[in-house]
Design a protein around this ligand. Structure first.
Ligand SMILES: Cc1ncc(COP(=O)(O)O)c(C=O)c1O
Length: 407
């Protein structure tokens, strides 16, 4: 381990209790572990400040509201939103895509329209579009990938019908290959054919600043639990004009300004509150705000360390007989691979026996895995608390799996 890398891992590891279990957590693309400051912020909120937000007049309600809106401001700053009001809290990335598709996309779609999704989309950013297109009589078309795993935007520009192409659903970073699209290039390509773009930023936000407003994207989604925050909370970011045009999907308390008693048309609350009906996951939002502060305070070189770990893992597993890399060569934090003659679940099981946690299977990204790989994979994914010893354990475990289960 290099000096600088060792320092990053050493400092970061102090914040994580799960390490007491001795597990090498290489499943960070599925969910990251939660650092002490995030747990402490949620605990403190739940113990001393718990109240519904934006309603009570007592002081605990005011504290809860301040904590909730403070987290919105933290998130907005972290992702480069133009204002906190562009951040809508949702139950996660999946919920955020649903809100966008049901509230904005679907009401505007008509027969003959085109909706585009890249081949690399996670099911969360694919299935809602498939259904919306089908029900509107629109067509869902797929943006192919280049050899390096990025969306082939030249092909998209050539194939999309100007005036009929309405939306492009595109991931920032693939959860299978780690290939990284450039959000500004996605936005530019979509806009050049008159479409809007929804960026799935879920695999990107823990590894770099989004710069949402500057990117030119129209909407973006992500989940708190993949950026060291809690589960059950995520974000839909949208340009003000998109959010203003979006219909609320879940109706109920605190999302409405005026409700008459005779069934007349209600007056919705302002954006973004009109999209947060009911009592939200306040402790989760507070935890997400704390996760942003924690990310901001990471030691210098943390992301470079993550990339070095992934590169070392790539080099290591590549050297094992029968292993074929399925992630991009320069993929940031993700290393996906197959082992000839060994089912990915057997590889993952063999690794689990060595206390190394990885993901195996279709990774909720069947379109890409079916068309490009032809089957499931094993995925190791890295965070700054990982170490070179853990990379070594991964490589040794894969070698052992090949020896035990292989041809
Ligand atoms: C690229 C990508 N998008 C969306 C999601 C869905 O996130 P969630 O399950 O937190 O809603 C995931 C989760 O794995 C993902 O990797």
């Amino acid at each position: 381990m290099s000096e600088a890398g060792a320092r990053v891992a050493e400092v970061v590891r102090r914040d994580f209790s799960f390490l007491e279990r001795g597990v090498a957590w290489l499943d960070n693309a599925a969910t990251t572990q939660r650092p002490e400051p995030v747990l402490a912020a949620m605990d403190e909120f739940s113990r001393f400040h718990n109240a519904n937000v934006r309603r009570g007049v007592h002081r605990m309600a005011a504290e809860a509201t301040a904590a909730y809106e403070g987290a919105r401001a933290e998130v907005a700053r972290w992702i480069g939103a133009a204002a906190p009001g562009e951040v809508v809290f949702t139950p996660g990335a999946t919920g955020a895509v649903h809100l966008a598709v049901e509230g904005l996309v679907r009401p505007g779609l008509k027969a003959g329209d085109e909706v585009w999704a890249t081949l690399a989309e996670h099911h969360s950013n694919y299935l809602p579009w498939v259904r919306a297109a089908r029900e509107a009589g629109a067509v869902l078309r797929v943006v192919p990938l280049r050899a390096d795993g990025r969306a082939d935007l030249e092909a998209f520009r050539a194939m999309a019908a100007p005036g009929r192409a309405r939306w492009l659903a595109a991931t920032w970073v693939s959860n299978v290959t780690g290939a990284e699209n450039n959000p500004a290039e996605l936005a530019e390509a979509a806009h050049s054919v008159g479409a809007r773009v929804l960026l799935d930023a879920t695999q990107g936000v823990a590894h770099g600043r989004l710069d949402a407003a500057a990117s030119g994207c129209d909407l973006a989604v992500f989940s708190g639990h993949k950026m060291y925050g809690p589960t059950g909370v995520g974000v839909l970011w949208g340009r003000r004009e998109c959010l203003e045009a979006m219909e609320p999907v879940v109706l109920g308390g605190e999302m409405v300004e005026r409700v008459g008693g005779d069934g007349e048309e209600p007056v919705w609350a302002e954006v973004p509150w009109r999209f947060e009906a009911g009592t939200p996951n306040v402790a989760g939002v507070v935890g997400l705000g704390a996760a942003v502060r924690w990310l901001r305070g990471l030691p210098e070189g943390a992301e470079a360390w993550v990339r070095r770990l992934a590169a070392a893992a790539r080099g290591g597993v590549k050297g094992v007989d029968g292993v074929r890399l399925r992630s991009a060569e320069d993929a940031g934090a993700i290393v996906s691979f197959t082992v000839e003659g060994v089912h990915p679940h057997d590889v993952a099981q063999a690794l689990d026996e060595r206390n190394v946690a990885v993901r195996a299977g279709w990774l909720c990204a069947e379109p890409l895995l079916r068309k490009v790989v032809g089957g499931p994979v094993v995925r190791a994914s890295f965070a700054p608390y990982n170490t070179m010893d853990e990379v070594e354990a991964l490589v040794e475990g894969v070698r052992a799996a090949r020896e035990v289960f292989g041809p």
